[in-house]
Design a protein around this ligand. Structure first.
Ligand code: FAD
Length: 434
């Protein structure tokens, strides 16, 4: 889906309940109370939209890219929390005490029915905890799967608590039309969780894969290849990624995102280049050929298909080579006439993967901790190195695809923009799904 359509879709869905609530109207109230209600309504609809911004919907992550989807998800969660925090405080000064004879439309009265307020308070506390847990996740030492579970169950609870609070405590939410709308929107949000954790795995069970090889590439990097089991495989573009589940039930939450480093043109088998990092990736070397695997995907928008730039620059740091290798391989297998230049940074020479395959390419290896015998580039992939490798025309006309450590991508991206590369010619992906 095109980014503009996605933005319009988001704005429409997030503001629809507010527009309808105010359309339904009611006796006029002071501006502060309308603002309080408005912020509460917006916070709820934005929270419901967070479910579809989870990065697990292909049309969204393909349209704007996974990085943008996840950053937007995080920013909107914080904005919704800000609105939700302001919401009760703006009501301060409003007489409370439930429906009064002189105020049948609750124009001037806030409910004090504890259950109606309690669900709102509980949702607010849960939301604040989830946002704080997300921000401090790396500092708090617990397993990623535990975080995913807390995040999913917490989000589900928040949606249900807010539905109750909005319908029973809300002046607008209690109107039949709005009750239906909130019910439908919450249903869709909850349905999206069921889709990701129930329907996708259910479908995945009919499209199992089998590990056919596990090869050590460098001391801490592995290549894992899986082959489809009785189905034609994955319809993907070079540079995309999947959620890989190896050796667990199709319904397990033990799945990790990995870029595909093989090319679609090479056939149905799919390969991954995986670096040891934590509990799952450190056990890659122990995976036995024949193990059952499930792939959910493809996701992501790191692709140079259907682009008309005369050259493709592939800038990789460490295991960030994986999606770029997929792109390079696809270009070679399909006889793509575009020029390709690869810059590949590593700490030491022994970390360079696929060295022989890359030797046939226009490749510049960069080492930050070279030995004395190293004859290539040294240091980091920085502005000076990029300037040495690309001409002024190439900066303007080529497409630059990069993947690697955040600092490398920030430096390269800033420099390319400074050198006149239009932003639509800079494609990047961070191996970060938080
Ligand atoms: C789009 C994308 C593509 C990626 N492609 C590659 C690749 O081609 N090769 C490669 O080596 N790595 C890739 N990664 C990174 C890879 O997913 C993590 O290194 C891996 O999930 C770590 O799992 P672990 O259990 O070994 O480590 P842990 O110690 O459990 O986690 C280390 C960090 O990895 C991330 N992570 C862990 N588990 C998950 C999960 N289930 N879902 C999402 N993130 C998780 C978290 O940020 C966590 O803090 C990619 C990541 C993303 C987002």
């Amino acid at each position: 889906m095109k980014p503009l359509i996605l933005i319009l879709g988001y704005l429409t869905a997030a503001t629809l309940p507010l527009a309808l609530s105010w359309g339904i109207g009611g006796p006029p109230r002071p501006f502060r109370q309308e603002l309080a209600s408005g912020l509460g309504i917006l916070a709820f609809s934005m929270i419901l939209m967070e479910f579809v911004l989870s990065g697990r919907f292909k049309s969204i992550s393909r349209g704007v890219g996974m990085d943008v989807t996840m950053r937007f998800h995080q920013v909107m969660a914080s904005v919704a929390l800000g609105f939700a925090l302001l919401h009760p405080f703006l009501y301060q000064g409003t007489p409370s005490g439930g429906q009064r004879p002189w105020d049948p439309s609750r124009q001037l009265t806030l409910t004090t029915d504890f259950s109606d307020l309690a669900t709102g308070i509980a949702a607010l506390l849960l939301l604040a905890s989830l946002v704080l847990l997300a921000i401090g996740r790396r500092q708090l030492d617990y397993k990623y799967e535990t975080w995913r579970l807390i995040h999913g169950v917490g989000a589900l609870l928040i949606a249900l608590l807010l539905l109750h609070h909005t319908v029973y405590a809300g002046r607008y939410g209690s109107q039949p039309a709005m009750t239906w709308l909130w019910g439908a929107m919450t249903g869709l949000a909850v349905g999206s969780l069921l889709y990701v954790y129930l329907l996708v795995p259910l479908f995945g069970r009919t499209r199992a894969w089998r590990v056919t090889s596990v090869t050590q590439l460098t001391p801490r990097q592995w290549q894992v290849t899986v082959t489809p089991e009785g189905h034609p495989g994955l319809d993907y573009k070079a540079g995309q990624f999947v959620w890989l589940n190896v050796g667990h039930s199709a319904f397990s939450i033990k799945e990790n995102p990995f870029s595909i480093c093989s090319a679609p043109a090479a056939g149905p088998a799919v390969s991954f280049m995986i670096k040891e990092l934590g509990d799952f990736t450190r056990t890659i070397g122990q995976i036995k050929p024949g193990t059952l695997a499930y792939l959910d995907g493809p996701y992501g928008s790191l692709s140079v298909d259907n682009r008309n730039e005369p050259g493709v620059a592939l800038i990789a740091g460490g295991v960030g080579l994986a999606p770029l290798l997929g792109i390079l391989r696809q270009m070679r297998l399909t006889g793509d006439p575009r020029k390709v230049r690869v810059i590949y940074g590593n700490r030491t020479a022994e970390q360079i993967a696929y060295r022989e395959e890359l030797a046939a390419e226009d490749v510049t290896h960069v080492l930050s901790e070279p030995t004395q015998t190293w004859q290539g580039e040294t240091g980091f992939i920085d502005a000076a190195l990029i300037d040495r490798l690309f001409s002024a025309d190439e900066f303007k006309d080529w497409v630059f695809v990069m993947c690697g450590p955040a600092i490398m991508m920030d430096i390269a991206e800033d420099h390319l923009i400074k050198q006149g590369t239009p932003s639509h010619r800079i494609l990047s992906e961070r191996f970060d799904y938080d």
